[in-house]
Unconditional design. Structure first.
Length: 206
């Protein structure tokens, strides 16, 4: 009992760090050198990957900004503005047909649908919109190709251009089906931005 009390009351022996290091240095130094030799290139590789990813992200944003500039100024912007302006002029006639389509069914609905398709095609012909539509369509295909290749940033393109380009597609669907039988614009648009709501004929950018 006395020995136990003595052992409990005696403070544990403390080994100084310097003494402990001098005793184990010969064994630990090669191991530390080996670990550092492994970690150094690994850290370097991770840093290089991070820098490369950051650089690629900056390049994607720059290329996306170039497409955004085209949509806001220059031939693409002018073409889109002309198309949008025409459909704002024709909005009353178009909305009357769409309202009739929503309240009819069967044969009457098919007739109203044909009337709407004719309105789209005749309006494009009357105002000479075909060249402008083709400019915007080709722009859409180029942007989709850029996004698919990982050169453009999809999130930025979707947020900035997705709704306007889908509205452009919906408005001119009769034209695309008539003039471009083998062309499906939807996969290009889906590459840029997912479809957020059901199709509806609207003036582009409205």
């Amino acid at each position: 009992m006395l020995q136990t009390d003595t052992w409990r009351s005696a403070p544990p022996r403390r080994i100084s760090p310097a003494r402990w290091w001098s005793r184990h240095r010969a064994v630990l130094l090669p191991q530390i050198a080996l670990v550092l030799g492994i970690l150094a290139p690994l850290c370097g590789a991770l840093w290089a990957v991070g820098m490369y990813s950051h650089h690629k992200a900056e390049l994607r944003l720059e290329e996306t900004a170039r497409f955004l500039d085209q949509f806001r100024a220059g031939p693409v912007a002018d073409a889109f503005a002309r198309v949008r302006g025409v459909w704002l002029i024709e909005d009353a006639r178009q909305q009357a047909l769409l309202a009739g389509l929503a309240t009819t069914d069967g044969g009457d609905a098919a007739r109203v649908r044909r009337d709407h398709q004719l309105l789209v095609l005749e309006t494009i012909e009357e105002y000479g919109l075909q060249p402008d539509i083709e400019v915007v369509r080709q722009f859409t295909e180029r942007l989709a190709t850029c996004v698919r290749a990982g050169i453009c940033d999809r999130d930025v393109a979707a947020a900035q251009l997705g709704p306007a380009l889908w509205a452009f597609r919906d408005q001119h669907l009769p034209y695309f089906r008539f003039e471009h039988v083998g062309l499906d614009l939807d996969p290009y648009l889906a590459t840029i931005a997912p479809r957020l709501k059901a199709p509806r004929a609207l003036s582009p950018g409205r």
